[in-house]
Every structure is written in C-alpha cells, then in structure tokens.
Design a binder for this molecule. Structure first.
Ligand SMILES: CC[C@@H](C(=O)O)C(=O)SCCNC(=O)CCNC(=O)[C@H](O)C(C)(C)COP(=O)(O)OP(=O)(O)OC[C@H]1O[C@@H](n2cnc3c(N)ncnc32)[C@H](O)[C@@H]1OP(=O)(O)O
Length: 252
C-alpha cells in the first residue's frame, strides 16, 4: 500500500492523504517524499488550494514515526530529520495558495505541527489533538511551535505547547486552533468550507496569501524555525527522551 495518495480534482483542489491508517498516519521518510511531491504539484497553475488529510477515521496524523525515528540517537542524527521536515513545513506555510488541514481524526505531536503550517484547520467532532512533545521530553522540532505562535494568541499558543496534552474539538475551537468542527464526510465538509473561496480566481487567492507570507517573513519565521529545530535536536539526544519513546514502543 502506497504511504500517501495525491489527487488533483477538477475544481482546483489538490488533496494529499497520508495513507498509513494502521500506524495512525505517522510520518516517515516516504510520507516526507510525498509531501515534497505534493508541494511541487501545488505550484501548477490549475491548482487553487492544497488539502492535507489522513486515511481512515481514527487519525489525521500521529506525528513522527516513533519506530523509525527512534533509531536516531544523537543530536546530529535528529537534526537531519527535523531539519528536513521543518523545510517541508516552511514550504507549506509559504505556499502562495491557501492550504487546509482536514482533520479526519486525532492529531498528535508532529501531526499538530503539520496542521499548524496550514492556513485553515477543520476537524471532525470526534477529534482529539495536542502538542504532546513535552511528555516525550522534547519540544516541537518541525517548526510547529513557531507556526502556532504566529496563528494563535500568545497565551493560548504557550498554554497548548506547555500543557502537552490532548484537547477535544470544542476546546480546540475555543483556543482558536480550529476554524470549523464538522460531522459526516470530511471531504464534503471541506468543500463546503471552501465553497466561496473556490469560485474566486486563483490569482486573487494567491495575492491574499502573499500578504500573510510577507508578514511571516518579516516576523523572522525562518530563523525562528531554525532555532526551534536546533533546540529540539539537543533535547532529542537526552536519556529522558529515549526513555519516554521506549515506553510507547514497548507498551503492551
Ligand atoms: C518525531 C517528531 C516529533 C515532533 O517533532 O513533533 C513528534 O511527532 S513527537 C509525537 C510522536 N507521536 C506520538 O507520541 C503519538 C503516539 N501514538 C499515540 O499516542 C496513539 O497511537 C494515538 C495516535 C493517540 C492513537 O491511539 P489508538 O487509536 O488507540 O491507536 P494505537 O495506539 O493502538 O496505535 C495503532 C498502531 O499505530 C502505531 N502508532 C501510533 N502512533 C505511532 C507513531 N507516532 N509512530 C509509529 N507508530 C505509531 C501503534 O504503535 C500501533 O501499531 P501496532 O502496535 O503495530 O498495531
């Protein structure tokens, strides 16, 4: 089974689906390859918007693939992976077209970082989501902390990062993380959410998005993400982090 699906639809939507439901759509290197492919495809003229979602109804994305990334022991090894994924998420943030995290299910850790890089987050009413990295004795390491601090009120962003817990859909909307809670078919609800935007010319959408990109560039987002990656890589090599990940991997 291919770990991702990329589908360009007639109305200009490009839909990227992480297709690892049995691993709760955890991100491994193949999913990263897929995201890079999607971001290149999204630049084509006929594409108006990019939607990112997960297969199945359990998870949007459970973050980094812990079995695979647990092999990375040192700061340098962690840095390489974190740096690659942060570059992907920066590209997503700076994509000159609107992007949507269509949260069909739970989003944990890096799954929330992926969602934070998108312009809109809409979620099924059953969703739980949170930046639980703190419980693994690391911080966000893909740029998500920086993105969140640009998108939420500072105190809300800080609370979400520092509490390192999962919240339900109502709480996420209240905090400003979600723009819409839906029940029923995710893609139908996503189309409904995007209806009015999709009828506009692609150049209009692009011009508005560019205004925000300029703001983020002026706010030094790129440099702040680099610092976030470096900080996380240092924590990654600590014993406390490896111990917590082993606990998850070896749980019964
Ligand atoms: C590494 C980057 C870092 C960052 O920079 O942000 C992070 O992403 S840190 C966060 C890493 N993610 C996690 O800690 C989440 C771990 N997973 C869970 O807490 C739960 O699985 C879930 C996401 C809440 C879903 O729970 P549930 O629906 O009950 O499913 P299971 O727990 O039974 O899992 C089913 C299956 O999937 C495997 N799985 C789940 N998440 C991951 C993951 N992140 N990496 C690898 N594999 C994962 C889990 O091991 C089960 O597999 P099997 O035992 O083989 O069935």
């Amino acid at each position: 089974m291919k770990p991702y699906i990329l589908e360009a639809q007639d109305d200009g939507l490009l839909v990227f689906t992480i297709n690892r439901p049995e691993k709760r759509n955890a991100i491994n290197y193949e999913v990263m390859d897929g995201l890079e492919e999607a971001l290149a495809k999204a630049l084509e003229d006929q594409i108006k918007m990019l939607v990112i979602t997960g297969a199945g109804d359990r998870a949007f994305c459970s973050g980094g693939d812990l079995s695979s990334f647990h092999q990375l022991r040192t700061e340098d090894e962690a840095f390489e992976m974190l740096n690659r994924m942060s570059a992907i998420l920066l590209k997503l943030l700076f994509l000159p077209k609107p992007t949507v995290a269509l949260m069909n299910g739970t989003a944990v850790g890096g799954g929330c970082e992926l969602a934070s890089a998108c312009d809109f987050r809409i979620a099924s009413s059953k969703v739980l989501a949170g930046f639980i990295q703190g419980t693994l004795a690391i911080t966000t390491g893909w740029g998500g902390g920086t993105f969140l601090s640009e998108k939420l009120q500072p105190a809300q962003a800080m609370k979400m990062l520092m509490e390192a817990q999962l919240y339900d859909a109502e709480q996420l909307k209240e905090m400003g993380f979600l723009q819409l809670i839906f029940s029923g078919d995710p893609i139908e609800n996503c189309r409904h959410f995007l209806n009015r935007m999709l009828v506009l010319e692609g150049d209009v959408l692009k011009a508005y998005k560019t205004m925000f990109i300029k703001k983020w560039m002026e706010a030094g987002v790129e440099e702040r993400v680099k610092q976030e990656v470096r900080n996380c890589a240092v924590l990654w090599q600590g014993e406390a982090h490896h111990r917590q990940v082993e606990k998850f991997i070896n749980r019964q």
